[in-house]
Design a binder for this molecule. Structure first.
Ligand SMILES: *Cc1c(COP(=O)(O)O)cnc(C)c1O
Length: 346
């Protein structure tokens, strides 16, 4: 089966909206897009700003026809659901606890979600995934590495097994929103030999640009073309691509790298210090910019922390995460303040 055959029929047959920019043409006087003749931002942007694709491709070490840019990786997650799943007939598979947007993106598009929970040690349950694939019409598998909220990395042998199992049958997405915090663990090396693999990335976390809404996917060119049939005509505002482009200048990449090192160092120090606290049962090892902590009484910690001005993320109502709170790593000073507070909790 070709990758195009994996897309839903609707998308295979779709002729994308022919925006003025897409039809293109290079000239002296532009009278084709009903734009204003005057103004700073009077022209529609390219659907996929070429320079930005090239900058990201260069940063990621792939060629630019393997890159798609969207309004955050959340938009790309939605695009993947709509491109490959027939509502009511085909499903996406997720491995909870995991990022919440996969099921929202699927369900808001009428696509059912099949859940294959992680094992007790938070590793992916390959046998259960195999069974779920046999029993359903799963078209997309969402894996998150480093996982949110756990901070865990998917084992590469497991990923390889899943890729073998799914070749020609479904798309495997590895969400690498946090990969800069553990770049050695990227699944990029699997891309060339696995055309059904999509890696999603974002500028929202390590790059510190959550406010501009800019995310990427790395995939086979055939997948890129399919996703481009479904994407909105102008997803990337001109100021966004300008700011994003700036982020890939060498001196700015260096700033990001230094910040990542600092956050990783702060995370490890904070995690170590937490292990000695009376109010804490377990600190999970993280490869991300947050740590998941199991408290003795998370409700109490959560509400007392809020009163003291610390806004944390409660995961205690999620399956397998009783008494767990996720804490994003802030500055060293912020984490010291939180530690001080936690030391006072009994
Ligand atoms: C934050 C996050 C995203 C969303 O990224 P945007 O590019 O801001 O849309 C995607 N996946 C995971 C796992 C995240 O934690």
């Amino acid at each position: 089966m070709s990758l195009t055959d994996l897309a839903c029929k609707r998308v295979q047959d779709l002729i994308p909206y022919q925006s003025a920019r897409r039809i293109g043409g290079v000239g002296r006087i532009y009278l084709n897009a009903n734009e204003s003749p005057e103004g700073t931002y009077n022209r529609y942007p390219d659907c996929q700003p070429k320079e930005l694709l090239e900058a990201y491709a260069n940063y990621a070490g792939v060629s630019s026809d393997h890159v798609i840019v969207g309004r955050g990786s959340d938009e790309i997650i939605g695009l993947i659901c709509r491109t490959f799943c027939e509502p009511g007939r085909e499903q996406v598979l997720i491995t909870p606890p995991t990022y919440g947007m996969y099921s929202i993106a699927a369900e808001t598009n009428g696509i059912e979600v099949v859940e294959v929970p992680l094992k007790d040690d938070f590793s992916v349950d390959i046998f259960a995934i195999r069974k779920a694939i046999q029993q359903n019409n799963i078209k997309v598998i969402f894996l998150c590495s480093p996982n949110n909220p756990l901070g865990t990395i998917i084992n590469h042998n497991t990923l390889e097994e899943i890729l073998v199992e799914t070749a020609g049958k479904c798309i495997v997405v590895v969400d690498e929103a946090y990969i800069e915090f553990s770049i050695k663990d990227t699944a990029l090396k699997f891309l060339a030999s696995n055309p059904h693999l999509i890696i999603t990335r974002t500028l929202s976390k390590a790059f510190g640009l959550a406010g501009i809404r800019c995310g990427f996917a790395l995939a086979d060119t055939e997948i890129v073309e399919l996703l481009l049939k479904v994407i909105d005509p102008y997803p990337i505002p001109t100021p966004v691509s300008d700011i994003a482009l700036d982020a890939f200048k060498e001196e700015n990449l260096k700033i990001v790298q230094d910040r990542v090192s600092r956050i990783v160092e702060t995370r490890d120090e904070f995690s170590e210090s937490c292990k000695t606290l009376k109010c804490i049962d377990e600190v999970f090892k993280s490869s991300s910019n947050s740590v998941l902590i199991r408290f003795k009484n998370s409700d109490k910690v959560f509400s007392e922390a809020a009163k003291a001005g610390f806004i944390l993320r409660d995961f205690s109502k999620k399956p397998n995460l009783q008494n767990c709170i996720r804490i994003t790593i802030g500055t060293k000073q912020e984490m010291d303040e939180l530690l001080n507070f936690l030391e006072g909790m009994q």
